[in-house]
Design a protein around this ligand. Structure first.
Ligand code: ATP
Length: 238
């Protein structure tokens, strides 16, 4: 089995005195996709915010490459954790290439290294390469989502965290975005994907974790999880 990048165990977190995540556990391995599912308000985004350091943990543990994570958010990016927040917008008036270059801003890279990274993104997402000189606004919603992912990849992460990349996209485009995300794991990246598109995301998952009212109700290898298991985890049937 591949290297464990991220291990979340019995996480407890929330906003100020308000606890919204009470007991969440999940694992992400290198070269694999873990899908985090749950109904609206279940606590998925709040879990991601604790992993990336935007929310404080009040219990449990989050470890990355075997070490407890306690750094400020920007230091977690430097350690290889990139986060594409829900509804992330690209800079519409800037070109695709300018958007990617901005994504590399957080790393101290030479001009040459930046240019090489941009080329790597074009290999992964050829549509971005073919439209590199056009304003981001000229692309479809799905393509803009790929650009947002490309921007995050410019930081050269080991762990990529995506919060609902399919949000607001037509079903056929959702499938395409999922296919591109699936291909990304071949680069060795570990991916933590929060989704509402259950079928499409479980289809590309290695591991699945379902949360309901701030607690993990199902957590395991995607191959071992049935539709009935998912329904039970979502709707609380025994
Ligand atoms: P969605 O799919 O709708 O994004 P989610 O599973 O990501 O849902 P969260 O956004 O993590 O859910 O929200 C979990 C709970 O935390 C909800 O009850 C929400 O109202 C609450 N919450 C979210 N953000 C804040 C905040 N800034 N302050 C207080 N409570 C919040």
């Amino acid at each position: 089995m591949s290297e464990v990048l991220l291990e979340v165990a019995s996480l407890k977190t929330g906003y100020g005195d308000l606890t919204v995540v009470r007991d969440v556990s999940l694992t992400v391995r290198a070269g694999e996709i873990t899908v985090l599912l749950g109904r609206n308000g279940a606590g998925k985004t709040t879990t991601l915010r604790a992993i990336t350091g935007l929310n404080r943990m009040s219990g449990g543990s989050v470890s990355y490459l075997g070490e407890p994570l306690a750094d400020a958010p920007h230091k977690r990016v430097a350690k290889g954790i990139s986060y594409v927040q829900e509804g992330k917008k690209v800079f519409r008036e800037l070109t695709i290439e300018q958007n990617l270059l901005l994504g590399g801003f957080s790393r101290k890279m030479s001009k040459r290294a930046l240019a090489d990274s941009v080329e790597e993104i074009y290999q992964l997402f050829p549509i971005l390469g073919s439209k590199r000189a056009l304003p981001a606004a000229s692309m479809s919603g799905g393509q803009q989502q790929m650009l947002a992912i490309g921007q995050a990849l410019m930081a050269k992460p080991k762990l990529l965290i995506l919060d609902e990349p399919s949000q607001g996209l037509a079903p056929v485009i959702v499938k395409e975005v999922m296919e591109r995300v699936h291909e990304l794991k071949n680069t060795g990246l570990g991916i933590l994907l929060v989704e509402q598109a259950v079928q499409e995301s479980v289809a590309i998952a290695d591991e699945v974790s379902v949360i309901e009212m701030g607690r993990t109700t199902l957590h395991g290898a995607a191959a071992d999880i049935t539709i009935e298991d998912l329904q039970n985890a979502y709707f609380g049937a025994a």
